[in-house]
Design a binder for this molecule. Structure first.
Ligand SMILES: Cc1ncc(COP(=O)(O)O)c(C=O)c1O
Ligand SMILES: [Zn+2]
Length: 419
C-alpha cells in the first residue's frame, strides 16, 4: 500500500528503516515484501530516519556487520537472533601490489573470509531478518553461485527451508557449497537471466507462497547489506572515505549500495565530505554496463554471457543504469577485461599479497591494472580494490600445481634442480 512521504510505517522491527521508496519517482510504500513501484515499475529501496549515530556507538558494537545495525533495516536486537553474522573482513594494506602497479596507497578489501566465502553473506544476513519478520518459511534466490551457498547456509542456521536456483554448468565448488546445507538446489537449463525470469514466475504463483526470494521480493532489504562494505572500508581507513574504489558488477546492486553507504556516512557526519571516484569492473564476456559506458548510452543492451567469471555473469543487470549514473557523478568509469587478464590478475594478487581471489577479484584487479596502464586512474590517490569471493571456489580458472615431484632424499631434491 502506498503511503505519503511524511507518514512513517507502524512496523518498527526494521530499526531505522521507515518505508520503501521508489528510486525513480520517490513514491513511498510500507515496509513489505514489495520490490517494484506500482506507478512506474522503478526499484524500491529502504528509506530511513537515522537519528543520531556516533562512531563510538558503532565501535562498541559486535565484530560483524551488526555494529552498523543503526544504519540497517534490522531489529535492534538483531545480534541475538540466529544469523551467519558476516562482516568485518580484512582491509589488507597492499604495499607489494601497490609497488608493482605504481600506487602510493592501495588496499584490498578481502571479503573471501565471510562465512560462505563471498560478500553475499552480507546481503543475505539482512534478507533473512526481513524474511523472519514477514513470516516466510522458505528462503530462495536466483543465483550465479555464491548467493546460493550464502542462502543455503543462512537458511540452515535460522531454521528456514531453502530452495535455490542456479544456471546449469556452474563451478563444482559453488554447487557443493550450495547443496551441503541440506536445502534444494535446482539447476536451470539456461543462463542466469533465464533463472531470474523463472523465479519471477514462481513468485506470482501459489507454489511460491511463503517463499522469500532474497534477491527478488526481498531485494530492497537484501541490497542494504552491501552498504556494510562502505561502512567497514571507511571505519578501517580510520573513518575516511577512500579516494578511489574498484567494484565488480553483476546486477550492479553492490556498487550502487556502496555509493549509498558512503553518502550516508557523509550526511551523518561520520566521515569528512570529500570526493571519491567509483570504478565498475566487468569481464569482457559479460560487459553490458561497460559497453554502454564506452558508447555513452544510458540504457543497457542485454548480452548472452560467455566468461570464466561466472559469478558476474548477468547479461541484463537490474541496476546497470544506476551504475552508469554513479560512475559519471563521481568521475569514475566502467571497465572490462578479458578472461586471460582475469586469470593473470588472480595470480598477481596471490603473488603480491597472498590473497587468492575468485574470478570476480581477478576482474577488479585486472581492471585496476588496465586503468593504470591506460593512465585513467590516479596512482597518487588512496585506492581500494574489492575481492568479493574466495579463489577456492573457482579453482579451475587457474592452472597451478606442484613445482616438482621428487623422492624423499636430498640427492633427488638436488638432482631435480630445486636446491
Ligand atoms: C563474488 C561476487 N562478486 C560480486 C558480485 C556482484 O554482485 P551484484 O549483483 O551486487 O553486482 C557477485 C554476484 O553474484 C559475486 O558473486
Ligand atoms: Zn515509482
Amino acid at each position: 500500500m502506498a503511503i505519503t512521504a511524511a507518514e512513517p510505517t507502524s512496523v518498527r522491527s526494521f530499526g531505522p528503516g521507515t518505508a520503501l521508496s521508489c528510486r525513480e519517482c520517490g513514491q513511498r510504500y510500507e515496509l513489505t515484501p514489495k520490490f517494484a513501484c506500482e506507478f512506474c515499475f522503478g526499484p524500491l529501496e529502504v528509506a530511513y530516519d537515522f537519528g543520531t549515530v556516533t562512531r563510538e556507538d558503532i565501535e562498541s558494537g559486535p565484530n560483524n556487520i551488526w555494529r552498523y545495525r543503526s544504519l540497517l533495516p534490522v531489529p535492534t536486537n538483531v545480534a541475538e537472533l540466529p544469523n551467519m553474522n558476516p562482516g568485518l573482513t580484512p582491509l589488507v594494506r597492499a604495499d607489494r601490489l601497490a609497488a608493482e602497479l605504481g600506487f602510493d596507497s592501495l588496499h584490498v578489501k578481502d571479503d573471501s573470509g565471510n562465512p560462505t566465502h563471498s560478500f553475499k553473506d552480507r546481503v543475505v544476513a539482512i534478507a533473512v531478518e526481513a524474511a523472519r519478520t514477514f513470516g516466510f518459511t522458505t528462503l530462495s534466490c536466483s543465483s550465479t553461485g555464491n548467493l546460493a551457498g550464502a542462502v543455503g547456509a543462512a537458511a540452515a542456521r535460522a531454521g528456514f527451508e531453502s530452495c535455490v536456483f542456479i544456471p546449469a554448468g556452474l563451478e563444482e565448488a559453488k554447487v557443493v557449497m550450495a547443496a551441503v546445507y541440506g536445502g534444494k538446489v535446482v539447476a536451470i537449463d539456461g543462463n542466469y537471466d533465464d533463472v531470474n525470469r523463472f523465479c519471477s514466475e514462481l513468485i506470482g504463483d501459489p507454489i511460491g507462497e511463503g517463499w522469500g526470494f532474497v534477491n527478488v521480493n526481498l531485494r530492497p532489504y537484501y541490497g542494504e547489506g552491501s552498504k556494510t562494505l562502505a561502512y567497514e572500508i571507511a571505519e578501517q581507513l580510520g573513518w575516511r572515505l577512500p579516494e578511489q574504489i574498484v567494484i565488480p558488477i553483476a546486477s550492479g546492486s553492490q556498487l550502487t549500495k556502496i555509493d549509498k553507504g558512503f553518502q550516508e556516512l557523509i550526511k551523518l557526519g561520520l566521515v569528512e565530505d570529500r570526493p571519491y571516484k567509483i570504478f565498475g569492473a566487468q569481464a569482457t564476456g559479460c560487459s553490458p554496463v561497460a559497453k554502454a559506458w564506452e558508447e555513452g548510452h544510458d540504457v543497457i543492451q542485454p548480452v548472452k554471457p560467455d566468461t570464466i567469471a561466472k559469478s558476474l555473469a548477468i547479461g541484463n543487470p537490474a541496476d546497470g543504469p544506476y551504475v552508469l549514473d554513479i560512475a559519471k557523478r563521481t568521475g569514475g568509469s566502467v571497465e572490462h577485461v578479458g578472461d586471460d587478464e582475469v586469470v593473470d590478475a588472480i595470480r598477481l594478487l596471490a603473488r603480491t599479497e597472498g590473497v587468492f581471489a575468485e574470478t570476480a577479484g581477478g576482474v577488479t584487479t585486472g581492471v585496476l591494472r588496465k586503468l593504470v596502464r591506460e593512465g585513467r586512474i590516479d596512482t597518487k590517490a588512496e585506492t581500494v580494490v574489492l575481492n568479493t569471493g574466495d579463489g577456492l571456489k573457482t579453482l579451475n580458472a587457474v592452472d597451478a600445481g606442484v613445482t616438482a615431484t621428487v623422492k624423499p632424499s636430498l640427492a633427488a631434491f638436488t638432482a631435480a634442480g630445486l636446491a
